[in-house]
Write a protein that binds this ligand. Structure first.
Ligand code: SF4
Ligand code: SF4
Length: 430
């Protein structure tokens, strides 16, 4: 029963049985009852497969490395170089996607950084107009720093874009100033409010540093005042290509404890906001993200990358983790795709194959693992410390207080899956 793990909760004979697609609480069960429950769950879930709809396809575009902010922890030194993608590159990439995914009716078109993707609205419109010619339906997804002007705002509203705004609330002034050091707080907050007033509810991405790790409740209160409905809370992780120093990373145990505190705060006060922790994935025996199977993001230099943290030709690991290049024609690097397919942390010794949390953690962000350990299947100690603090506590609290599971959202901005944890938790009564 390799696809099932059992976590003994701290109280009595209470267990959480984790299987692909389900967390089942077996409360006050004898050893025999536990074994019977596991067998039954195994039979019910052994053929579980995560499925992607075949009628949609994903294309990521990094329009530019340029940025108007100078975030102290930027994962790509945004703004230090100014390259902009050419329309010729975009056209070749889109034609390639159209040709290789003939059955796709919907294009999920994602505009990403590092660099601020919305600096040049004319280019974005040209890209989307071309996509509209090739696909029946084009859904726009944008990850932005939220400093855009009214033209961009109106366009986002017209296109009903799915928007993620990076905004650090009480940390914004210190952590995310404009390139000239002026505060970006007011414009970002104004844009969040205007989007919400116009029926678009952005997910806010909040980066927690060592400076803000003790301020998560203040952060949530600020977001509630802005009427934000979903927040993704992430620790600052410094990499070989980040701006800033390691001292910005929060202590992982403190981060995990404070995260539990803020989830409880939201649940117990019935606050209207959901939290994506990024560390509590829907149980699965698959991979953590699309890096190993399907990410296709085109960069301003005409490269195709599997992870936005490796966006420049001279970034470390670019020779292994970029999956293609757009020159005269589109060239796919099959050898590199094979390397990525092999990075399967939860099924490999040396990774996480015997861990009781592996079906929820899924080995964590592969890039975090690679930055720490290189291209082996060795997990990140930072990620693992968070998971080993967060998951046992949350698993117990979920069954003690059912409001908690309605707060934790599985990737609210993820395209194919917006489950709240309550959708896959079942309790076998005492
Ligand atoms: S984190 Fe984003 S907004 Fe901040 S400097 Fe980097 S690219 Fe720009
Ligand atoms: S990273 Fe740590 S917590 Fe996650 S599956 Fe691996 S060993 Fe388990």
């Amino acid at each position: 029963m390799n696809n099932i793990t059992t976590v003994k909760l701290t109280k009595g004979n209470d267990y959480a049985i984790i299987a692909p697609g389900q967390i089942i609480y077996a409360l006050n069960k004898s050893d025999k009852e536990l074994e019977e429950a596991k067998l039954e769950i195994y039979e019910n879930t052994k053929d579980y497969k995560t499925s992607k709809p075949i009628d949609r396809v994903l294309l990521g575009i990094i329009p530019t490395f340029d940025c108007n902010l100078k975030c102290i922890y930027c994962y790509s030194n945004g703004g230090d170089s100014k390259e902009v993608i050419t329309m010729e590159t975009v056209i070749k990439a889109m034609n390639h996607i159209r040709k290789t995914k003939k059955e796709a009716k919907v294009l999920d078109l994602c505009f990403l950084g590092g660099g601020e993707p919305l600096l040049n609205l004319d280019l974005i419109k040209e890209i989307v107009n071309y996509a509209d010619l090739l696909f029946e339906n084009v859904e726009i997804h944008v990850v932005t720093n939220g400093t855009f002007g009214t033209n961009v705002l109106s366009w986002l509203i017209d296109r009903k874009a799915n928007i993620r705004i990076s905004y650090d609330a009480v940390g914004q002034d210190f952590q995310r100033p404009f390139y000239n050091n002026n505060s970006s707080k007011r414009i970002v907050e104004t844009n969040i409010k205007k989007l919400i007033l116009n029926g678009i509810s952005p997910t806010i991405q909040c980066t927690i540093t060592s400076q803000t790790v003790n301020k998560m409740i203040e952060i949530i209160n600020t977001l509630i005042k802005l009427e934000v409905k979903a927040v993704k809370i992430e620790p600052c992780v410094m990499t070989d290509v980040s701006r800033g120093t390691k001292s910005l990373q929060p202590n992982p145990i403190t981060f995990a404890n404070k995260l539990v505190e803020v989830i409880e705060y939201v649940a117990n006060n019935d606050l209207p906001i959901s939290i994506n922790t990024n560390y509590f994935s829907k149980p699965s025996n698959g991979k953590y993200c699309g890096m190993g199977h399907g990410n296709f993001t085109v960069t301003p230099e005409g490269m195709i990358t599997s992870c936005i943290e490796i966006a420049k030709k001279n970034d470390p690991y670019s020779d292994k983790l970029m999956i293609g290049k757009i020159g005269e024609k589109v060239e796919i690097f099959a050898e590199n795709i094979e390397i990525l397919n092999k990075l399967d942390y939860i099924h490999q010794n040396g990774g996480c194959s015997i861990c009781q949390f592996r079906l929820i953690c899924l080995g964590g962000c592969p890039m975090a693992n690679i930055w720490e350990n290189g291209l082996t299947s060795t997990k990140s100690k930072f990620t693992c410390a968070i998971e080993h603090t967060l998951l046992p506590t949350l698993l117990l609290k979920i069954v003690e207080n059912e409001k908690i599971m309605n707060v934790i959202m599985e990737n609210p901005e993820k395209i194919y899956n917006r489950d709240s944890v309550s959708n896959y938790v079942k309790v076998l009564k005492r």
